[in-house]
Write a protein that binds this ligand. Sequence first.
Ligand SMILES: C[S@@+](CC[C@H](N)C(=O)[O-])C[C@H]1O[C@@H](n2cnc3c(N)ncnc32)[C@H](O)[C@@H]1O
Length: 264
Amino acid sequence: MASDEQTETPLYDKFSAKTYLKSNYSVGADGIPDSHEDWLPWLLNNLKDTFAGGKLSGKRLLDVGTGPAIHNLISAARVFPNITCAEYCQENREEVEKWVRGEEDAFDWAPFIKYVCGLEGDSDWEARQVALRDAIKHVVFCDVREERPLGTFDGGPYDVVSSMFLLSTVGKDRADFDEILSKLGSLVKPGGTLVLVCDLEATHYTDGRVSYPLITLDAPYVRQAVRNCGFKDVQDDILFFRSTEGMNWDGTSYIYLTARKCAE
Ligand SMILES: C[S@@+](CC[C@H](N)C(=O)[O-])C[C@H]1O[C@@H](n2cnc3c(N)ncnc32)[C@H](O)[C@@H]1O
């Protein structure tokens, strides 16, 4: 699918939480998240550095486009005791809620929590699991195309807003990207932090059943777009893939970016 085709979020009504989790979030026999060219260890290490670095303060974090996945909140929950997961697709929200309630058929994130504990030098992964479940206070509907993405849910502004692999999946072009980024940026408190992960140079990905178009982005563009939304101290780390064979995705790299919102 070409990147300039109209992107319709309703495509995400067909999103299968279970298929997505199975194809993206498995763990090898060695207990290490099993991912193409180790992108998951790369991501979890970056999140550990961001949240265990002692530089962020506050209580409340908003994760936008959480999907059915909570791995990117493991390090965050150590610092932020009040987390809101905002997601468009009901099946994804239900999957997160099931995990928070500890239901039997929920996805098993324990290997990811153990892995992150290993990175952080924390031996009590079970306590971290309890703390993460406790920290996820809200799982809410969100549509980032709307003027007020969280609708009547009034939780903002937040100390941290994070969003992984969402921004390039919504909208049809860079103007849409800028607009959605600006809405997310407005949910961050002055002095607060934005944490973003985006695909670079990609036109689509597929979950094996449905192909999702992506806005084609490059790192300089993303950095400048973040600055244009009133952020400074933009820092990033790029993971370049040597090969994308078998990834069902046609990009070149992922960018992990953090930035601090300028004081008003
Ligand atoms: C590629 S998935 C990323 C999920 C998760 N953050 C991760 O890292 O695995 C993109 C997510 O964005 C959600 N999404 C799509 N359109 C959206 C919209 N308009 N508003 C909010 N979320 C949306 C999808 O339902 C999906 O869960």
